[in-house]
Design a binder for this molecule. Structure first.
Ligand code: NAI
Length: 285
């Protein structure tokens, strides 16, 4: 099956990026979020990104407008998915929210529709079990910022069919990405390796070993990382980092994945990073 029509659920930092790259690749894209304001913000982010591409001479104004014309905002979930070949879900990293959404999607979508999740860490097999089409449920894990980052981890649930896997692999390539196949284990590969490093950096702040700036400097200058772990955590969102650590901790039952209490405290305070204007650093709006 060739994917021509994509529905993205959740117009936050990831959902808006996925909608942008799908529209750039020529797909018709429906975008749905819980509130009109979130949809407006998501499309505003896409407009800003595309305007920057025009300024840099990588895109002309006409192309920009036709990309934006391919993105359609929806306030009704049922209407958004009526004609779609694939749904890519990018809502909050919470199993309860995702399983309830997949149950609704299973009821509302045509039987051919593939249901993909952009989850960073949650088991695809468990998400799939909330539907009557587990063979059509798959993980499609984009990296942030989506328009820039090349990788898509493609995660097979226990029941995901080969046909669905190959369709999604081809779609990732059409979106200009490099798909990498990964089995369904908590955190997959990317976050199983990345998040414990970020969590350890937060423990170092918690224990007073060094200031955030110093920790980031060490990892940038010493390890050649383009961004320090605490800057990256703010960029990802500290709420998302906490959800991922909780998934690793619960999924493996190993105390080495225990989320740092300071991470919990920041999330409770609403200091969720760049998107909130404050995390380990303070950001001007
Ligand atoms: P975000 O907080 O920027 O956006 C989430 C959006 O989903 C919000 O606009 C919210 O209103 C909407 N939403 C929540 N529940 C909904 C529902 N039931 N129906 C429709 N919309 C709903 O979060 P972000 O960063 O875009 O993350 C989304 C997903 O992508 C999460 O699963 C996260 O783990 C994953 N992810 C995040 C990455 C990151 O660097 N932030 C990287 C890769 C994956």
């Amino acid at each position: 099956m060739k994917i021509q029509h994509v529905t993205v659920i959740g117009a936050g930092q990831m959902g808006s990026g996925i909608a942008q790259v799908a529209a750039e690749a020529g797909c018709q894209v429906n975008l749905y979020d819980l509130q009109e304001g979130f949809l407006e913000k998501g499309v505003g982010r896409i407009e800003k990104n595309l305007a920057r591409q025009v300024e840099k001479g990588r895109l002309d104004e006409k192309e920009k407008l036709s990309i934006l014309d391919r993105i359609h905002k929806f306030a009704s979930l049922e209407k958004a998915v009526e004609e779609t070949d694939i749904v890519i879900e990018a809502v909050v990293e919470n199993m309860g929210v995702k399983t309830e959404l997949f149950r609704q999607l299973d009821e509302a979508c045509p039987s051919r529709t593939i249901l993909a999740s952009n989850t960073s860490s949650l088991p695809i097999t468990e998400i799939a079990a909330s539907t009557n089409r587990p063979e059509k449920v798959i993980g499609m894990h984009f990296m942030n910022p989506v328009p820039v980052m090349k990788l898509v981890e493609v995660i097979r649930g226990l029941a995901t069919s080969d046909e669905v896997y190959h369709t999604v692999e081809s779609l990732a390539k059409e979106l200009g990405k490099t798909p990498v196949e990964v089995k369904d284990f908590p955190g997959f590969i990317s976050n199983r390796v990345l998040m414990p490093m970020i969590n350890e950096a937060i423990y170092a702040v918690y224990e007073g070993v060094a200031e955030p700036e110093a920790i980031d400097q060490v990892m940038k200058l010493g390890m050649n990382h383009p961004m320090g772990p605490l800057t990256l955590a703010d960029f990802i969102g500290l709420d998302t980092c906490l959800y991922i650590m909780e998934t690793l901790h619960e999924g493996f039952g190993d105390s080495k994945y225990r989320p740092c209490p300071l991470l919990r405290k920041y999330v409770k305070a609403g200091w969720t990073g760049r998107k909130a204007g404050r995390g380990f650093y303070i950001y001007e709006s």
